[in-house]
Design a protein around this ligand. Structure first.
Ligand SMILES: Cc1cc2nc3c(=O)[nH]c(=O)nc-3n(C[C@H](O)[C@H](O)[C@H](O)COP(=O)(O)O)c2cc1C
Length: 169
């Protein structure tokens, strides 16, 4: 496998709807020594406050959230076509509060400037958190959102991260 190389943002022309919504990504936070990873399919990329940003939505119940709230950075790892869907399903259904998910999947944690990511990926985005905003019912303009997504009160926090680096194999 090739080593990761920095990929200038101008060269990054991937489609976020397929990258996240269809193919999924793995969100990792913490440190290389103590990290946790979970599968995500909601989020995006854009520009805010004159910075290139990435935003993700993480529910209160996620163990990964506790690490995000203390370390202030996160990464997204994307995988090549054909990467095990069952590993992504496992990372997206089991909590790191109960199992060592890296050990169970035989995946490896790498790091860039102290930000952990999954070494088996082929594209990695590292981010420094700029904002964490909880999405609560008072902000929903359509009442269906609360009834269809938050019956259990497990709300999302929107994390906006400044993109520090995009790396590709
Ligand atoms: C395809 C897929 C997409 C997911 N997307 C999200 C998401 O965008 N936000 C979120 O909070 N949870 C999402 N989840 C659920 C978490 O990945 C899941 O609850 C995970 O077990 C949390 O792990 P943790 O407790 O170790 O952090 C998704 C799960 C799957 C399978």
């Amino acid at each position: 496998m090739h080593t990761f190389q920095p990929c200038p943002i101008e060269v990054f022309d991937s489609n976020p709807f397929t990258m996240l919504g269809k193919d999924w990504a793995v969100l990792t936070s913490g440190t290389k020594e103590k990290s946790n990873s979970m599968t995500i399919s909601w989020g995006g990329f854009g520009v805010l406050w004159n910075k290139n940003v990435c935003y993700v939505f993480v529910r209160d119940s996620r163990y990964t959230k506790t690490l995000m709230d203390t370390c202030g950075t996160f990464s997204l790892t994307f995988f090549q076509k054909g990467f095990s869907r069952s590993i992504l399903m496992y990372l997206g259904t089991v909590s790191g509060a109960r199992e060592d998910k890296m050990k169970m999947t035989h995946l490896h944690v790498n790091e860039s400037d102290g930000i952990p990511f999954i070494d088996e990926g082929n594209l990695v985005i590292t981010c420094k958190m700029l904002s964490a905003a909880k999405l609560t019912p008072d902000s929903f303009l359509n009442p269906d959102i609360e009834t269809s997504h938050y019956k259990d009160g497990d709300f999302h926090t929107m994390y906006i991260g400044e993109i520090l680096q995009v790396m590709a194999r």
